[in-house]
Design a protein. Structure first.
Length: 365
């Protein structure tokens, strides 16, 4: 099943009295490197536990890994879906969960109290749900892009013809006829009709954006056309106009690759603005917080709506009783478990929190 954001919230509560095995692999096309790396990670985990003080736990994990061999082999199947794949298995219990995304997640095998989510959180936040609209004189083609995948949606078709039926699976607006129009004015009427069409297509586009939870919508095409559609859309989704020609022959995955640099720029800008907002709210006494100690307390109270973390661990400036990666994972789990969102900030966006300890939060109250 295709990954969804709700899966993260469910996994945040996925635990076990003896621990949860979290196994990640990235299957690169045309190479066995990912398979070899994961096998090495699993062998290293066995050795680490065997050398530890809890020999009974090590034995039970060893047995559980043997029982999971079929699922691990399936995880490593080159024909299976997903560039990045993950398996989460209880040691004492029987429950096993698998996830896949079309994004790299690294190669890792660890045993934690709960499912280890940092690789998955870091991967999917780079490709959060976004929409792409190819705006042209033939209509508006819509693409849903999320977590490394892209799908084409129902388009809206614009045609000058009066005969024939509309394309199946599409929304077709009224057509323009040459009848009764002087030839010298026909081009002008085409432009008028195109403007009308673009405005009338806005509710369909906005409906898809709302239904699919797009944070960003790229309008790709002639600025004269994209501006008309953009002005007719509601302001609850970030609209970005892209002055480019999007080849109609491109597949959905090729469309995603074409717009990925723009989506990356938008994401970095959005994350930086989010960091500034959280910091300013905290400094002004509003619904914001900065600093590790305060945010840990607020997370445990379930008050954090959106957690922001410096990916470089800038919040780890002071000596702590637990390992930084353990604390980072705890913060992520607490935020997700209480229905919050998590953003791991890249260097550019994280600079906004440099003086705030590299961690911030927007609060519910």
């Amino acid at each position: 099943m295709v990954f969804d954001q709700t899966d993260l919230r469910e996994l945040a509560a996925f635990g076990d009295e003896l621990g949860v095995l979290s196994v990640y692999t990235t299957m690169e096309p045309g190479t066995q490197a990912g398979r070899t790396r994961l096998r090495n990670e699993i062998a290293a985990l066995r050795q680490e536990l065997a050398a530890g003080p809890d020999q009974e736990r090590a034995r039970l994990v060893d047995v559980r890994l043997d029982l999971l061999e079929r699922q691990i082999t399936e995880l490593l199947d080159p024909a299976a879906p997903g560039l990045g794949r993950a398996l989460f298995a209880q040691v004492a219990g029987d429950e096993v969960r698998t996830e896949w995304v079309q994004l790299p997640v690294g190669d890792l095998a660890v045993l934690k109290e709960r499912a280890y989510l940092l690789p998955l959180v870091t991967a999917v936040q780079a490709d959060k749900p976004a929409g792409v609209a190819r705006v042209g004189r033939d209509g508006v083609r819509l693409f849903d892009c999320r977590y490394g995948l892209a799908d084409e949606l129902e388009p809206v078709i614009f045609s000058l013809a009066t005969a024939g039926s509309s394309r199946e699976g599409s929304a077709t607006l009224p057509r323009l006829s040459r009848r009764g129009i002087h030839p010298d004015r026909f081009d002008q009427r085409v432009e008028e009709h195109l403007t009308k069409f673009l405005r009338e297509s806005a509710p369909h586009v906005a409906g898809q954006a709302s239904r699919l939870g797009w944070e960003t919508l790229l309008l790709v095409g002639d600025p004269r056309d994209t501006s008309v559609l953009g002005e007719a859309l509601p302001a609850d989704t970030e609209i970005v106009q892209v002055d480019a020609v999007l080849d109609p022959a491109l597949s959905p995955s090729e469309v995603l690759e074409f717009v990925r640099p723009t989506l990356d720029e938008v994401r970095v800008r959005h994350d930086a603005a989010l960091a500034v907002r959280a910091r300013d709210l905290a400094l002004s006494g509003g619904n914001g917080a900065v600093g590790l100690d305060d945010i840990l307390s607020l997370l445990r109270q379930g008050r954090v709506e959106h957690l922001l973390l410096d990916e470089a661990g800038g919040w780890n400036a002071q000596p702590m009783a637990v390992a930084p990666e353990e604390l980072e994972e705890e913060m992520i789990e607490l935020a997700l478990e209480h229905g919050g969102d998590v953003t791991v900030l890249e260097t550019g966006a994280a600079e906004e929190l440099a003086e705030a300890g590299g961690v911030a939060a927007i609060l519910r109250w």
